[in-house]
Design a protein around this ligand. Structure first.
Ligand code: SAM
Length: 268
């Protein structure tokens, strides 16, 4: 048999195609998503339908966004699935998810994401958070660790701060490479993201939070006195009750919020 062929489809590396092949694991993932009839479910990258089929079985209908024309074509001609799917043959990175949401039907987005684009895709999806009820994603295990990580951890970084500011981050389960065809070189994990309905300590401008994170974590080994040189002086850091001699990974989410609001009010 040809290498990396699953259900008659040759996996394409450029689309990050690693297809789930284990029914017991698929079933656990679908249990974690817990799809219900009538919900506004959207799958990113349905591929050969490993998650699509059991989700449609439970929910009755589903929207899917698939970039690979061959796979979208297969789904469009699938005898049982096609009538229950709304298929968008599009790039999820450019897809306007808000078009599918209504106030009564917030989005429930899920997918075994292409790992090569997972971080920009998460950032894109977070821009629709006001219309999202929850999201479940299969990601590289290390990406889930970075999302869930707190201060003083090696994996704490921009992804942790930006995600946790906007969502509750819940790691659900870890999955080994053998559950996929072809097997990826990394371990995987499922994460549940639930956008905060209310942010008690909001930033005035989200892009300033991102800016502070970029400045901080681009040079993780430096003290913040040095990494924030262009944004904020040591004296100003002290006035904000932040010790200039600490390193970026020692800053809490509240510190980042404080810093973002400072540069919004006092543009460098
Ligand atoms: N859901 C299937 C499964 O679990 O077996 C396939 C998962 S595979 C890791 C990723 C899927 O995302 C593939 O079907 C791939 O073609 C699709 N994909 C890749 N890049 C995409 C993009 N930018 N927009 C939408 N889908 C994409």
């Amino acid at each position: 048999m040809k290498k990396n062929v699953h259900l008659g489809h040759q996996a394409k590396k450029r689309f990050g195609q690693n297809f789930l092949n284990n029914d017991a694991i698929i079933s656990k993932i679908v249990d974690a998503i817990n799809p219900e009839p009538g919900e506004n479910l959207i799958e990113i990258g349905p591929g050969l339908g490993a998650l699509t089929e059991p989700v449609v079985d439970r929910a009755g209908a589903l929207s899917v966004v698939e970039l690979d024309r061959d796979l979208a074509h297969r789904l469009k001609h699938h005898p049982f699935l096609a009538p229950k799917l709304t298929i968008y043959e599009q790039d999820a990175l450019k897809f306007n998810f808000s078009e599918l949401a209504t106030p009564e039907r917030p989005l429930r987005i899920f997918g075994n994401l292409p790992y090569n684009i997972s971080t920009p895709l998460i950032f894109h999806l977070l821009t629709f958070k006001a219309q999202v009820k929850d999201m479940h994603f299969m990601l590289q295990k290390e990406v889930v660790q970075r999302m869930a990580s707190g201060p003083d951890c090696k994996s704490y970084g921009r992804l942790s701060v930006m995600t946790q500011y906007q969502c509750q981050v819940i790691p659900v389960m870890e999955i080994g490479p053998e559950a996929f065809t072809p097997a990826p070189k990394v371990d995987s994990a499922i994460v549940r993201l639930i956008p905060h309905t209310e942010i008690k300590n909001p930033v005035k401008n989200l892009s300033d939070l991102n800016r502070v994170c970029l400045a901080a974590f681009n040079q993780r080994r430096k003290t913040i006195r040095n990494s924030f040189k262009k944004l904020i002086s040591s004296e100003q850091l002290e006035l904000l009750n932040i010790d200039p001699s600490i390193r970026p990974e020692n800053l809490s989410l509240d510190d980042f919020i404080k810093l973002a609001n400072y540069i919004t009010d006092n543009p460098p």
